[in-house]
Design a protein around this ligand. Structure first.
Ligand code: AMP
Ligand code: MG
Length: 407
């Protein structure tokens, strides 16, 4: 048996960052950028108005006030989306809309709220500095400037930047395709009735959702029965469509735990089986060519935590991410926790931040079968291997899955 840290190292060493692909911009979010983006043109491409108002010369309205409006001749209208050649000269103004090009000659826009529109003319009520309410060409991204570097995770705003620069397609690292398999004769899918001796499959649904939460494409293959044939069938179907296969159940030492036998017969290379951790001791991991196969133990809490600790970082690495692990904070336990020495424990905890100090509480009754204990957990508490007891007030490392709501 190996330590969790060694298991993670083996997993990350086996997980190779994928090649690059070119995707339509509309499908590129969540991917890691694989090219350098420089602005091929100014953004915005031309000087434009930041307000609905009047384009004019600042020099004309130096004396303007409410009591003494400066009257300017209205010579044209400038809507957004059209350019104009009409020149604004001293004593004249053009009505202009937000986003419309500032016409030649004009250097300033006075918002409509500070004017007194008339028929064929407009009264300006307030003096403005030259350049007021004019957005200059290139003020967001000047032509030739470096905008994004490879390695950036494409988020909604990144998509916006790329769109502004005219990238209909973008080069990114490919994401791994993931397939999920449950195993167990006792399992029935959510939409079938429970009969004696059966329980509902939850792991295949949880794992599918966890994969989706990482932002990766995933197929839920289904649930194999506890026979070699059935497990072989589903693993084969999974390997046809996926780069990473995640099974749950059937990797322990029970008479019907066939996942290891099946993968051995398929020629997969077993990288490890057995990790000094609780829950999830029988975790197994194989490679088969370029593919990765995770055999997660079936207990629902073990499944969730093993995905979080091993599968998620591997998926992120394949997708080209730099940051593979959750941020870790030191948090004070709000109560005593007992454990057996010898294995590191991973425990779902609720973390809060009070007066600048992180606190962690274990959620209700623990047990690898008690999925409810993970519900609402926003962190994973790491209970060191050799300790047998942790007292309230002692600090533990907590991997932050989500910031507390009131953070
Ligand atoms: P196993 O690892 O196959 O020995 O399963 C360990 C425990 O997890 C057993 O109590 C199983 O019934 C349960 N289990 C296995 N797979 C699932 C699943 N997909 N959904 C819910 N519980 C499961
Ligand atoms: Mg089983």
């Amino acid at each position: 048996m190996i330590e969790p840290i060694e298991a993670l190292e083996i997993v990350l060493k086996s997980a190779k960052t994928s090649g690059t692909i070119t995707l339509p911009l509309t499908e590129a979010d969540n991917h890691v950028l694989a090219e350098t983006i420089t602005a091929a043109h100014d953004v915005p491409p031309f000087n434009n108005s930041a307000m609905d108002g009047y384009a004019l010369l600042a020099d004309d309205i130096v004396e303007a006030s409410k009591d003494n409006p400066v009257e300017l001749k209205l010579i044209a209208e400038q809507p957004a989306g059209e350019s104009t050649d009409i020149k604004v000269t001293s004593g004249a103004a053009i009505k202009i809309m937000t986003g419309a090009p500032v016409p030649p000659g004009a250097d300033t826009v006075v918002p409509i709220e500070r004017t007194q529109p008339g028929d064929g003319h407009v009264g300006i009520l307030v003096a403005h500095r030259r350049g007021a309410n004019v957005r200059l060409a290139g003020e967001d991204m000047p032509k030739g400037s470096l905008v994004l570097e490879p390695g950036v995770v494409i988020e909604p705003v990144t998509i916006g930047l790329l769109a502004s620069l005219g990238y209909a397609q973008v080069k990114v690292y490919d994401m791994p395709k993931v397939a999920i398999i449950g195993t167990g004769n006792e399992l029935v899918p959510v939409d079938e009735p429970l009969t004696p001796g059966k329980i509902r499959d939850s792991n295949s649904y949880t794992l599918t959702a966890q994969t989706r939460a990482v932002g990766m494409p995933v197929v839920r293959i289904g649930v194999a029965g506890d026979t070699k044939e059935s497990v072989t069938d589903l693993v084969n179907s999974a390997l046809e469509v996926a780069d990473v296969v995640v099974t749950s159940g059937g990797v322990s030492v029970g008479d019907y735990d066939f996942v290891k036998d099946v993968l051995k017969e398929m020629g997969a290379e077993l990288k490890f089986w057995g990790v000094k951790q609780k829950p999830g001791k029988p975790l197994a991991f194989w490679t088969l060519g370029d593919k990765l196969i995770f055999g997660l133990p079936g207990n629902p809490v073990a499944t969730v935590l093993c995905f979080e600790e091993y599968v998620r970082p591997a998926l992120l690495k394949i997708a080209g991410r730099d940051r593979l692990l959750r941020p870790v904070v030191k948090a004070k336990l709000t109560h005593d926790v007992k454990k057996k020495p010898g294995r590191q424990h991973f425990v779902g905890v609720s973390v809060t931040k009070d007066d600048g100090e992180w606190r962690a509480s274990v959620n209700g009754r623990q047990g690898s079968g008690i999925l409810k204990s993970m519900a609402g957990a926003n962190g994973v508490g790491l209970m060191p291997r050799d300790l047998s007891e942790l007292k309230a007030g002692e600090e533990i490392d907590v991997q932050l899955i989500k910031l507390p709501e009131d953070h």
